[in-house]
Design a protein around this ligand. Structure first.
Ligand code: URA
Length: 226
């Protein structure tokens, strides 16, 4: 049995309310009760995007991890710490950007006391895209940075190979407004590199991608993304 608010979310989806016509806070409130796929059942809460509607850069990850699920904010766990460090090196002020995920609920498998991350399916990404589309339409970023393959798939609408497209400026699917998108690795990839020297090299490449994104987002007016 759906609550009144869940019914309103469902009704909006049916009417396909024009994107960009709802404020971020209204979207956040509605997303909090989203039941469009089964992932809400095990997750603690919806983790909606955060940042100002005026952001020039939008960063899109895959889905919240365990720490994000508990905190209710994107990129605050171990991957978030790598992300924050790289943003600082690239001189990008996170507070002025919009940070979100392709999928808004934490998908995991319980093993004992641990909650082990599971990659979202293409269907789960497609269903959750409705929220991403509204975030993009509301913020209208100059550039979206896709952090990893799931994010890139959500935005481009098809499988994207990071190795082949990294650093290039692609275009978001027409239904997402054709916004320019830069694809790079997911910060958790850096956490999984066992060799410290290799990790430093890859971290440097990640920072270089963020700097390229910043240049692209600020190029038109010459004023800073930071
Ligand atoms: N990984 C993601 O893709 N997003 C988060 O918010 C945290 C970890």
């Amino acid at each position: 049995m759906q609550t009144a608010r869940q019914r309103s979310v469902t009704a909006r989806r049916r009417k396909a309310e024009p994107e960009g016509s709802i404020s971020l806070s209204a979207l956040r409130t509605e997303a909090a009760v989203c039941r469009a796929c089964p992932l809400w059942r095990n997750a603690t809460r919806t983790v909606f995007g955060e940042g100002p509607a005026s952001a020039r850069l939008m960063f899109v990850g895959e889905q919240p991890g365990s720490a994000e699920d508990l905190a209710g904010r994107p990129f605050v766990g171990p991957a978030g710490q790598v992300f924050d460090k790289a943003l600082a090196e690239a001189r990008i002020d996170r507070q002025r950007q919009f940070v979100t995920n392709a999928v808004k609920h934490f998908k995991f498998e319980r093993r004992g006391k641990k909650r082990i991350h599971q990659r979202p399916t293409a269907d789960e990404i497609a269903v959750c895209r409705w929220w991403l589309a509204h975030e993009i339409a509301t913020v209208q970023p100059r550039l979206i940075v896709a952090l990893g393959a799931s994010a890139a798939r959500a935005i481009v609408g098809k499988t994207v190979r990071i190795g082949e497209t990294r650093g290039q400026i692609l275009t978001a699917e027409a239904s997402l407004g054709g916004v320019p998108i830069l694809v790079t690795v997911h910060p958790s990839y850096l956490l999984r590199i066992p060799d410290a020297a290799q990790r430093r090299v890859e971290f440097g490449r990640f920072v270089a991608d963020l700097q390229a994104a910043k240049r692209h987002a600020t190029g038109a007016s010459g004023s800073g993304a930071h």
